[in-house]
Design a protein around this ligand. Structure first.
Ligand code: SAM
Ligand code: DTB
Ligand code: SF4
Length: 336
């Protein structure tokens, strides 16, 4: 019996019993990547519609609450102090500014508001300020997400107590390729933060970036690390590298679109109940490519003309695309 056949029988049995696998072998994942494109997309879409409404897309808006001057050396990032980008630095935003932005997001139909800070990790004092922001955004009836860098266990507990819904912390790439992208924090540091978030009972948002010069094996290893966490992340952002002038990765060859779509499809198959977020890089994707990503199981996006520091499609463009596809923006899943 071929590897894929055997696996698909095992997968069917596990899917029937409702078990989410956290024991994926790299060979199984690479075999999925190697499927004919149509077979892979069909498999991903079949699994997708067993678990989600295939015509629904969850939308979140991002806001950078502290911009630039980051001590980390992530070679893709506009915000690293070591990268000579033209980004304007900004201290932590005042609470009222954050609330104004969250209200605007709510009025545009968004269900989740994500706040990002260019920190290696928050200090306990800066966490006090972020907690005020989380409380204020929740009062508007929005779900909250923050991405603040590394957390210790106590900080994760404090965020949980404040009612935070999601914490975003990405693995970024495979453990093997990681050292060529970032040297100032380890892969294990990232896994530890994700564990603290999970232990605190906060929904985990963890994914990575494609198109940084990694191989297909690295993409498979990234997905393996995510799918074999003790619990699948609730949300899996797949970012296509946004090339920023002044960063070491500016000018690198762009990843082939079909390879990006394949990665989305494999993420959907490995983590059938997680939201797979088509994240950064959508301005460089045409509507047809984004539609193939949805067909392959992506079911959430960032909405609004800005990501953290770079451009995202304007709202009207996304609204037109969502309408053309007969899709709908997901309604809030629960009251806060
Ligand atoms: N400083 C925090 C951290 O790194 O954990 C939070 C903010 S950071 C900007 C959040 C994530 O955005 C990164 O982990 C990375 O995966 C993604 N990201 C940053 N710059 C990007 C770029 N140029 N293209 C694609 N994704 C990017
Ligand atoms: C994630 O995985 N992608 C978002 C969110 N999590 C915080 C950030 C993308 C940032 C893209 C580059 C920028 O705008 O600075
Ligand atoms: Fe700093 Fe986050 Fe950018 Fe890395 S990705 S340089 S930690 S803001």
């Amino acid at each position: 019996m071929s590897l894929l056949r055997k696996n698909s029988t095992e997968e069917q049995l596990k899917a029937k019993s409702g078990i989410l696998r956290t024991d994926w072998d790299i060979d199984e994942i690479e075999a999925l990547f190697n499927l004919p494109f149509i077979d892979l997309v069909f498999k991903a879409q079949s699994i997708h519609r067993q678990n989600f409404d295939p015509n629904s897309v969850q939308i979140s808006t991002l806001l950078s609450i502290k911009t630039g001057a980051c001590p980390e050396d992530c070679s893709y990032c506009s915000q690293s102090a070591g990268n000579d980008t033209s980004l304007e630095r900004e201290k932590l935003l005042a609470l009222d500014k954050v609330i104004v932005a969250a209200k605007e997001a709510k009025d545009s139909g968004v269900t989740r508001f994500c706040m990002g800070a260019a920190w290696r990790n928050p200090t306990d004092k800066s966490l006090d300020n972020v907690i005020e922001m989380i409380e204020g955004v929740k009062e508007l009836g929005l779900e909250t997400c923050v991405t603040l860098g590394m957390l210790d266990g106590q900080q994760a507990q404090r965020l949980k107590k404040a009612g935070l819904n999601y914490y975003n912390h990405n693995l970024d790439t495979s453990p093997e390729f990681y050292g060529t992208v970032i040297t100032t924090r380890t892969y294990q540091d990232r896994l530890d933060t994700i564990q603290h978030v999970q232990d605190a009972g906060i929904n985990v948002c963890a994914g990575g970036i494609l198109g940084m010069g990694e191989t297909r094996h690295d993409r498979a290893r990234l997905l393996q690390e995510l799918a074999n966490l003790s619990q699948h992340p609730d949300s899996v952002p797949i970012n296509d590298l946004v090339q920023v002038q002044g960063t070491p990765l500016d000018g690198i060859d762009r990843l082939d679109s079909f390879e990006f779509i394949r990665t989305i499809a494999v993420a959907r198959i490995l983590m059938p109940k997680s939201y797979v977020r088509l994240s950064a890089g959508r301005v460089e994707m045409n509507d047809e490519m984004q539609s193939l990503c949805f067909l392959s199981g992506a079911n959430s996006i960032f909405y609004g003309e800005r990501l953290l520091t770079t451009d995202n499609p304007i709202e009207n463009h996304d609204d037109v695309l969502i309408a053309k596809l007969g899709m709908e923006k997901e309604k809030p899943a629960f009251a806060n």
